[in-house]
Design a protein. Structure first.
Lengths: 219, 270
């Protein structure tokens, strides 16, 4: 391991311990590590945006003599929008920044409209349109699949009932919506369980780093 | 007893969780890993359905905060792809994650004797992920005229005949947020592309409906999913290694939940 790798490992280990020290109580070491993280991330973003966006897609193209003149002129539009966006810093003309924001919001909404219908609503509705009675060579499998399909259809139907607000939830609608909320709770429970798994995985990653890369006590 | 539970310092819980995570990492207990259907399908597609030399686009949509979950599965999938002789286009929509995973890309490529520009290419990051996704469907060069080092795309041999999604056989995203859903909705449906995802545990439940509807081929969820993929390719690594710690920690949390609920019920009865 060269000097820079060693230095990097010790620095990362020190910052990890500093962040974990928050579990004991808030302290200056934790705040120091947190500020370094925020500062380093912000600096990294600036550099990344310059080298991934502004330089290759605007400056290099504008200065490239082989780049078509027509497309160079188009580059003026994002350049002007970018400058308009930066005017947020000046209170008197900050309102100008709303124009590029409006353009971005409008474009994103337009794109999302078709994508949501085409890529989410229609395929998901299609996925719930399946036979209530499944027939296969094995009667047990047929019964199992049929029950599963009925269960899914029942779950979708009762969950939608829960979100039906045009009529007071009384009588049959109340029963349906109550069943619907059970399905919703199961969904929340699954998400929460996965979240716990994810957080523990992150802890495993950090402890593995400390034990393996820093202390070298495990292979 | 109830008073003791009421006054239990939360730091004791943190300490117990820390110990139950560290202990299995040190003593290495062996635990069986059952491979789920959704991971098996992802594996089988790369293994059996793609002819050698197919082009796989890998999108890194995570950063350091999700590295322990997603890097093990990225390494496993990349190892598998290279082993099968597939070509890899590396890109991503999370700027902070690309340099992080690039270390693994270069290490694995070096270990497996892969050449930059011939077997894999790193396109780097471009902001505005929806625009990038859609523009790549028309002409990749409109967005990526050069790779991450500034080398013109047209001078990279592997990219000579790759212009848009028509020349890409599979998209694999490693997701710590909602970018995976954008891949499905904007690229999967519109360009009819086959794709699967490796996700954090938090994101996995959001993508299960897409798996159930057949919009994605498979789903590798969390460190558990990484362990399953590592098991499938016969290359146990950080995912498999972390599973005992994961199980021990889950067991400890379950015990805490039971104790907490017993304490709650007893206090209500009083």
């Amino acid at each position: 391991m060269n000097f820079f790798d060693l230095f990097g490992t010790w620095l990362a280990a020190g910052l990890t311990v500093a962040i974990l020290s928050f579990l004991y109580r808030d302290n200056p070491l934790y705040k120091f590590a947190e500020h370094i993280y925020v500062g380093a991330s912000a600096a990294f973003w600036v550099v990344i945006f310059w080298y991934s966006d502004v330089k290759p897609m605007l400056i290099d193209r504008a200065l490239d003599p082989q780049y078509p003149l027509g497309e160079k002129l188009i580059l003026l539009i994002p350049t002007i929008f970018g400058i308009m966006m930066l005017l947020r810093w000046f209170p008197k003309v900050a309102w100008i920044s709303r124009w590029p924001i409006a353009f971005t919001v409008g474009m994103a909404a337009g794109l999302a409209l078709t994508a949501t219908v085409q890529g989410y609503i229609v395929p998901q509705i299609k996925a719930t349109l399946f036979p209530v009675v499944v027939i296969t060579k094995d009667p047990l499998i047929s019964l199992w699949r049929s029950l599963m399909n009925i269960f899914v259809i029942f779950g979708v139907f009762t969950t939608i009932l829960y979100f039906y607000f045009s009529k007071e939830h009384t009588g049959l609608l109340k029963v349906g919506s109550r069943i619907g909320i059970i399905f919703i709770m199961v969904g929340f429970g699954a998400s929460f369980g996965y979240t716990i798994m994810a957080r523990i995985s992150l802890l495993i990653g950090r402890i593995y780093f400390l034990l393996h890369s820093w202390l070298g006590v495990i292979d | 007893m109830i008073e003791l539970l009421d006054k239990l310092d939360r730091r004791i819980i943190y300490l117990v969780i820390g110990i139950v995570v560290a202990y299995p990492l040190i003593v290495h207990p062996v635990m069986p890993i059952r491979v789920s259907e959704e991971v098996k399908r992802a594996y089988e597609f790369v293994e059996d359905s793609l002819p050698s030399g197919s082009v796989i686009l890998i999108s890194i949509d995570y950063d350091a905060a999700s590295e322990p979950e997603l890097t093990p599965m990225f390494r496993a999938v990349l190892t598998h792809a290279f082993r099968k002789g597939h070509k890899v286009i590396y890109m991503g929509h999370w700027a902070l994650g690309l340099p992080l995973a690039q270390k693994d890309l270069e290490e694995i490529a070096h270990r497996m004797g892969k050449t930059y520009g011939v077997d894999y290419v790193n396109l780097g990051y471009r902001p505005g992920f929806v625009t990038v996704m859609l523009a790549m469907g028309r002409e990749l060069r409109d967005i990526y005229s050069s790779d991450y080092q500034g080398i013109p795309i047209d001078s990279i041999p592997m990219m000579a005949n790759i212009h848009n999604y028509d020349q890409i056989d599979l998209i694999i995203g490693f997701e710590a947020g909602s970018t995976g859903e954008f891949w499905i909705q904007y690229v999967g449906s519109r360009f009819n592309k086959r794709m699967f995802f490796g996700t954090t545990g938090v994101v996995a439940p959001d993508l299960y409906p897409y798996y159930a509807s057949g919009q994605i081929l498979g789903l590798i969820g969390g460190l558990k999913g990484a362990a399953e993929y590592e098991t499938q390719i016969g290359h146990p690594a950080r995912g498999v290694f972390g599973m005992p710690a994961q199980s021990f920690a889950h067991l400890a949390i379950l015990i805490f939940i039971v104790i907490g609920n017993i304490g709650y019920i007893l206090r209500r009865r009083r």
